[in-house]
Design a protein around this ligand. Structure first.
Ligand code: ARG
Length: 514
């Protein structure tokens, strides 16, 4: 019996050995074929599949998410009056438009996906070979690790809240159920985005149309109500207007969250068909459209709510719906759920591209630059963002993240304007007929605005969290110095890349589409 046991062990050992050999052979083979082989056998990268309509949908569908249904509270609270809050919503739209126009120039001059990352790299990279790449790297670092996953988390949590709202009339839905639903939403958009880019853009288009229907309902009802004489709140005009620069900046911050997403198409430039025409066009259609929608929606809210009531409402659109739509008031939570779902989809779509481009430049794990062989989607990078988003969803309290979101985001928008100014004045790219040019004053205006937005709240109400946010940004250098600057590789990294490349059936694309 003993001997049979022994021989069994021997057999098992030899089996293990051959398994180990096989695995090592396999990983060697996959390494060879996936990282060093003949480039022509690899997939070509992301395909061009976004036309003008999808481009507009990618911007409008990300801008209109949760913000316009909730943020009016924050804007009104800090502005103090109907008049000023409407003006601030208008200003928010104008700032977004000026920013987006500058991005249209950047997008048609530097024809790479990845948004700010690619622009910062092109502008600062050539200036100094030691530190020039740092701004772009830090942008990618903060966005990959924090901002993009946090946006997905915030938006999907809002999605979950509104999905459950109709079922919990009086009490609020249980937190754990809400988180589970948010996670489910993340997994669904991950599936959609990894399975097919066509389906992802298609979903984006459908949900954008749905949310525009919601907007039209709210705006139209507002006009009808004004016609019926519900103007008692609107006519209070500017009474109660706030005067401190800090609170005005905070008010604008709240509206800027609702407007954020105007830069979304710049993350996917390489996939836009005829991008030199469609990118500027999509921007010039989408941003003014959203601005007009937001202004009229606010006006409509004020037909039914006074400044005080609006400040106290936890969800402006729902309160408004309960007062105006009667038995149809369930429509509003449904629309908000659809709207947030679309915005989450658009956010994931673009953030997948950011990781992908940063990895392609050697600033992130090689794995993240791989593309799924059959679907041509940047699957490893999409999974990465979703995993982090789920980690943010679990503690669930991310309301303070929105404040720091705007802080960090505007820091980089400002820096990107500097990049545009450097590119225009110093690097002087060859002028071709198809680059979109903005008057040089525009990036300067956006730069000043971004400085105001970053500095004013710190001076007005200094909070330790701004320091944390800043330290986190700088903290990226801990990774930059060894892994990017000195090009150190962690032991086992090649095997790690090979394993996941096999698992996800993803490979490095052999040529960049520009
Ligand atoms: N504006 C969107 C909303 O109101 C949030 C956009 C988040 N930012 C982004 N780049 N996806 O929900």
């Amino acid at each position: 019996r003993n001997s049979s046991h022994n021989s069994y062990n021997e057999k098992a050992d030899s089996l293990n050995e051959s398994m180990a050999e096989k695995l090592s052979r396999l990983s060697q083979k996959s390494l060879d074929s996936r990282t060093r082989s003949d480039p022509n056998s690899r997939p070509v990268g992301l395909k061009k599949s976004i036309g003008l309509f999808s481009g507009v949908a990618l911007i409008v569908g990300t801008m209109i998410g949760s913000g316009i249904f909730i943020s009016p509270t924050g804007v009104t609270e800090n502005s103090g009056s109907v008049g000023l809050s409407l003006i601030l919503w208008l200003i928010g739209g104008i700032i977004s438009l000026l920013g987006a126009m500058s991005y249209a120039e950047l997008g048609t001059t530097i024809r790479k996906s990845g948004g700010e990352y690619s622009y910062l790299l092109s502008a600062f990279g050539p200036l100094n070979k030691h530190v020039g790449n740092i701004p772009a790297f830090l942008f990618a670092w903060v966005n990959m690790m924090l901002l993009k996953p946090a946006s997905v988390a915030i938006i999907t949590l809002t999605f979950a809240t509104y999905c459950m709202q109709p079922f919990y009339d009086v009490c609020s839905p249980p937190a754990s159920a809400k988180r589970m639903l948010a996670i489910l939403c993340v997994l669904i958009i991950l599936l959609i985005n990894s399975v097919s880019i066509k389906v992802a853009t298609w979903i984006q288009n459908i949900f954008t149309v749905t949310k525009l229907v919601a907007v039209v309902i709210i705006v139209f009802t507002g006009f009808v109500l004004m016609g019926m004489g519900y103007t008692q709140y609107i006519s209070t005009g500017f009474s109660g207007t706030a005067t401190s620069a800090g609170s005005i900046a905070v008010a604008i911050y709240h509206s800027m969250w609702a407007y954020d997403g105007w830069n979304n198409l710049n993350y996917v430039t390489e996939e836009v068909i005829d991008y030199h025409r469609n990118l500027p066009r999509a921007i010039l259609i989408a941003v003014p459209l959203v601005t007009v929608c937001y202004l009229f929606m606010n006006l409509s809210y004020f037909t039914m709510m006074s400044v005080k009531e609006l400040i106290q409402s936890p969800a402006v659109a729902v309160t408004w719906g309960n007062r105006t739509l009667g038995v149809m008031s369930w429509l509003i939570p449904l629309f908000v759920a659809c709207s947030t779902f679309g915005a989450a989809n658009g956010t994931l779509f673009s953030s997948g591209r950011l990781n992908y481009v940063a990895a392609r430049e050697g600033h992130m794990l090689k794995l993240l630059a791989m593309v799924q062989v059959k679907t041509c989607s940047p699957m490893p990078s999409l999974i990465f963002t979703c995993l982090l988003a789920i980690i943010f969803i679990i503690p669930g309290d991310i309301s303070s993240l929105i404040d720091f979101f705007s802080f960090a985001v505007w820091l980089f928008y400002g820096l990107t304007m500097v990049a545009l100014i450097i590119i225009r004045l110093k690097l002087k790219p060859e002028k071709t007929d198809d680059t979109f040019k903005v008057p040089i004053i525009i990036p300067f205006i956006v730069l000043v605005v971004s400085l105001f937005l970053v500095v004013a709240p710190i001076i007005d109400k200094p909070r330790i969290e701004y320091l944390y946010a800043f330290l986190f940004i700088i903290g990226g250098l801990i990774f930059y110095i060894p892994f990017v600057h000195f090009k150190k590789e962690l032991p086992g990294m090649e095997k790690f890349n090979a394993f996941f490349s096999l698992l996800l059936d993803s490979e490095l694309p052999h040529r960049e589409e520009t």
